[in-house]
Design a protein around this ligand. Structure first.
Ligand SMILES: Cc1cc2nc3c(=O)[nH]c(=O)nc-3n(C[C@H](O)[C@H](O)[C@H](O)COP(=O)(O)OP(=O)(O)OC[C@H]3O[C@@H](n4cnc5c(N)ncnc54)[C@H](O)[C@@H]3O)c2cc1C
Ligand SMILES: *[C@@H]1O[C@H](CO)[C@@H](O)[C@H](O)[C@H]1NC(C)=O
Ligand SMILES: *[C@@H]1O[C@H](CO)[C@@H](O)[C@H](O)[C@H]1NC(C)=O
Ligand SMILES: *[C@@H]1O[C@H](CO)[C@@H](O)[C@H](O)[C@H]1NC(C)=O
Length: 594
């Protein structure tokens, strides 16, 4: 999630619009546990954005917190013996789709948390390998690895995740060099606890080594094959990086992205369509003896004062309610300017003093300082306890040769009215990253380009959003016109439609699941919905608003609020919910007839 608010932007808002947040509620930070149990009602699983719990559909009678591999094994045996469905949850629960939700027949299910299964981090310096308990946090692992003078090459940009969770959903940073930007491509061994016959004690531990074909299924498994207990990752000798951002115009970036990715080991590009700005990240390795003690403390992952997060949300809501596109554009301008000024959160030391910023791999690749906030007044901007930011995140993974045409289409849509794109530039624009071809069955079979964009999500599912037709069209273009694959840890449900046919080794994954978990103990209707990506037979009223369906009738949008099901403006096959005052108005909405 790449929200962009920092304190000084916030202060600006307070000055500009005044603060409507009158009360500061005092909370004990850091983040609350994703599993909340009550004495009467069992346990509810929330993700870090707090979105599942409300619907009462992510629920189990009980949760358990094993601390050792043997305890994990006993839990799986117990569940197998008692025919319970099992879902593994983490301390972090940062995944957006409901992969970790157990069956809605909640009486026969059990949540197994890895929160307390996190004590072992074993670095083998000679062999350049680290082996960890699956519940270990990414940051703890990286710090141990760096202490030993080594570096983990790939990691997601957000560090508040567990090692087991992040590989399970294919999490990645950005690189087309070496093994590439996806963490699972550095997995060289993994232990999996799966159900077994009574004679074997109802569960067993399988140790998968690098050559085992099952490892290709287990590296990215969405939690569907069993409980991952140990993960072994390959490392390199410690290194530093030298990073420079170039904020420039967005001409031709769709023609040069491949050269950029080939030239810089950790290249990425951030595109702000409404601002016609592309930000190239020039990021390469330098030896350890080059001076520099820089860090990347990404601005969107820094702590925010709670009152500021609330006030920004209130401002955003006002723009939404008053259909104030210009207001959003002002906000986008301020945001991009602020990010340029502070180089997105790169710091040479305590502050940013100039490019390049040079620092240790462990301090540059991934960040998340808001996660450790010790103050009662500040936290991550999206903390669900504070009514702060609330947004969608669409993440589409393209075969590299198709990406340029996708951007050309988005530019056409943008050029019809650039202001319609201010809503993403208020967040982090389009973040464009690179991952290499992988042997993982649910990983990318070819060199790929990943694009992420965030945009406002209404607090009420039934409330349509400003310019939502634009995001819907881009979303449908990505997933259906260009056949992009959805990131398993992000996206709205419609992005997963037909996903099984996009992975050439999908059937091998299913075969592995049959072998390891013949009773589908680790699957639920919620994870099936993602894995098999089928649209609901009965499309309910308003289902397109939250991405539960693609509209085919006006009632799937929100006709009472003036949102009707219309065709796309550039991608005509798209079906999107578009606002119009009246029919004739709608026909000329963009000054063109369509
Ligand atoms: C602010 C933010 C920024 C992000 N940035 C990036 C990014 O830069 N790149 C990127 O690729 N992703 C990114 N993500 C997504 C994130 O990497 C994934 O959501 C990741 O899976 C979260 O890890 P987790 O430990 O919270 O796992 P969870 O969300 O708790 O679990 C993920 C899945 O794995 C399963 N699972 C977890 N542990 C085990 C285990 N031990 N055994 C079996 N199954 C298990 C769960 O059942 C679930 O299905 C970001 C997310 C956020 C919130
Ligand atoms: C939940 O599990 C714990 C042990 O993990 C057990 O002591 C407790 O009785 C269980 N609660 C219910 C309601 O099943
Ligand atoms: C930034 O990028 C533009 C366009 O590619 C290029 O012309 C310019 O030289 C770059 N600036 C720096 C400082 O690298
Ligand atoms: C760094 O070390 C290498 C040898 O390992 C040496 O060639 C180089 O000059 C050193 N650079 C600096 C800046 O000290």
């Amino acid at each position: 999630m790449y929200t962009t608010w920092n304190w000084f932007l916030g202060v600006l808002h307070l000055v500009t619009w005044g603060s409507s947040s009158t009360l500061l509620t005092i909370y004990a930070m850091p983040p609350q546990s994703p599993v909340q149990c009550s004495t009467t009602g069992g346990c509810t699983l929330y993700n870090s954005y707090g979105v599942w719990g409300d619907r009462k559909d992510c629920h189990a009678p009980n949760v358990t917190y094993p601390t050792t591999e043997q305890e994990l094994r006993s839990v799986v045996a117990y569940a197998n013996q008692n025919k319970l469905k099992v879902k593994v949850v983490t301390k972090f629960s940062h995944t957006i789709p409901k992969l970790a939700c157990p069956t809605s027949n909640s009486e026969a299910s059990l949540l197994v948390s890895t929160e307390k299964y996190n004590s072992n981090i074993v670095v083998d310096k000679d062999n350049l390998v680290v082996t960890v308990d699956a519940g270990v946090g990414l940051r703890e692992m990286i710090d141990k690895v760096e202490e030993a003078g080594l570096s983990l090459v790939a990691a997601p940009y957000w560090e508040g995740v567990s090692v087991g969770g992040l590989i399970s959903t294919g999490a990645h940073g950005s690189s087309w060099w070496g093994k590439g930007g996806a963490v699972h491509d550095y997995v060289i061994g993994l232990s999996l606890i799966v159900p077994a016959r009574p004679s074997e004690g109802y569960s067993k531990i399988i140790r998968l080594e690098a050559q085992d074909p099952l490892l290709n299924a287990a590296k990215v498994s969405l939690g569907l094959l069993g409980v991952i207990s140990k993960v072994k990752l390959s490392l390199e000798r410690g290194f530093k990086r030298s990073v420079t951002y170039n904020f420039t115009n967005d001409d031709h970036f769709e023609d040069v992205f491949m050269d950029h990715a080939k030239k810089y080991e950790f290249a990425d590009i951030t595109w702000y369509p409404s601002k016609k700005t592309a930000v190239y990240r020039y990021d390469e390795r330098v030896p350890l003896n080059v001076s520099g003690d820089g860090v990347y403390d990404f601005i969107g992952f820094q702590s925010n004062l709670i009152m500021i997060s609330k006030s920004i949300r209130a401002t955003e809501k006002t723009f939404e309610n008053t259909r104030d596109v210009k207001g959003k554009c002002t906000l986008a301008t301020t945001t991009v300017a602020a990010k340029k000024l502070v180089s997105n959160g790169l710091k040479n030391g305590l502050i940013f003093t100039g490019y390049p910023v040079i620092g240790q791999q462990g301090k540059i690749q991934t960040s998340g300082s808001c996660f450790y906030s010790s103050s009662s007044f500040s936290t991550c901007a999206w903390d669900p306890r504070i009514n702060g930011l609330f947004f969608y995140e669409t993440t589409a993974i393209f075969a590299a040769p198709k990406f340029g045409d996708f951007i050309r289409d988005v530019k056409k849509l943008r050029d019809l009215n650039p202001e319609n794109f201010c809503g993403v530039d208020v967040y982090n624009g389009f973040l464009i990253r690179f991952i290499k071809a992988s042997g993982a069955y649910l990983g990318q079979s070819e060199d790929s380009v990943v694009v992420d964009f965030n945009y406002y999500r209404a607090s009420e599912a039934s409330t349509p959003r400003l310019n939502q037709d634009v995001w819907e069209e881009v979303e449908q273009m990505a997933f259906f016109k260009y056949g992009a694959k959805p990131h398993w840890a992000k996206n709205r449900n419609l992005a997963f439609l037909d996903v099984q046919h996009k992975y050439p080794n999908f059937n091998r994954f299913i075969a592995a699941r049959k072998q390891l978990d013949p009773q589908n103990m680790f699957s639920s209707e919620w994870s099936d919905e993602i894995l098999f990506g089928k649209e609901a037979a009965n499309k309910g009223d308003g289902c397109a608003l939250e991405g539960q369906c693609i509209c085919s009738e006006d009632r799937h949008c929100s006709p009472e609020n003036g949102y009707f099901c219309k065709q796309g403006l550039v991608y005509k096959e798209a079906r999107v919910c578009r606002y119009s005052h009246s029919l004739s108005d709608n026909e000329y909405f963009y000054g063109i007839r369509y």
